[in-house]
Design a protein around this ligand. Structure first.
Ligand code: SF4
Ligand code: SF4
Length: 152
């Protein structure tokens, strides 16, 4: 059962983490991976349905839904999270195979402003507030455009 987990750990290399660290605040955070119940449709689980999330890392919630082990009750740390919360190098051991809620929860919104839930979780962990996406000022619909002031 744990054999697949070991294989999954190889999906994220230290080189990948290092190269992304500057641009990706998630790699020194991890707050959302230790807060939400990460639930999703069971078809995303690896198996005959063509899913990809490792079976041994999920817990059934009902006939059609599962969640990541550790997140069942909320405010729990996902089993796939590696490293120390808020410290450089924290990462998802199954990044390439993470479920849809993890793919959909983004740091920045389409206009470049910070996802308010992300900001809230960071501040609750004592982490510094994030700024709008660095290139948002060049986005005609970005939060720094005079016609679109930054979100409060
Ligand atoms: S709370 Fe925000 S910055 Fe932290 S890991 Fe989640 S998405 Fe990334
Ligand atoms: S699967 Fe990965 S991205 Fe999703 S909550 Fe767990 S550690 Fe975070």
């Amino acid at each position: 059962m744990r054999g697949t987990l070991s294989a999954a750990l190889e999906l994220v290399s230290p080189a990948t983490i290092a190269s992304d660290d500057i641009a990706n605040p998630c790699l020194s955070c991890g707050a959302c991976c230790a807060h939400f119940r990460v639930s999703f449709y069971c078809g995303e689980v690896a198996g005959e349905n063509g899913g990809y999330v490792p079976l041994e890392l999920v817990q059934p919630l009902g006939p059609l839904r599962v969640c990541m082990v550790g997140t069942e009750m909320g405010h729990g740390r996902c089993v796939a999270l590696r490293g120390e919360l808020g410290q450089p190098g924290i990462h998802c051991a199954i990044y390439e195979n993470r479920p849809s809620p993890c793919r959909e929860f983004e740091v920045w919104q389409p206009d470049g402003s910070v996802n308010p839930d992300c900001q809230r979780l960071r501040l609750a962990r004592g982490l510094p507030a994030l700024n709008p996406r660095p290139d948002a000022g060049n986005d005609p619909l970005g939060p720094q455009h005079p016609d679109h002031p930054a979100a409060a």
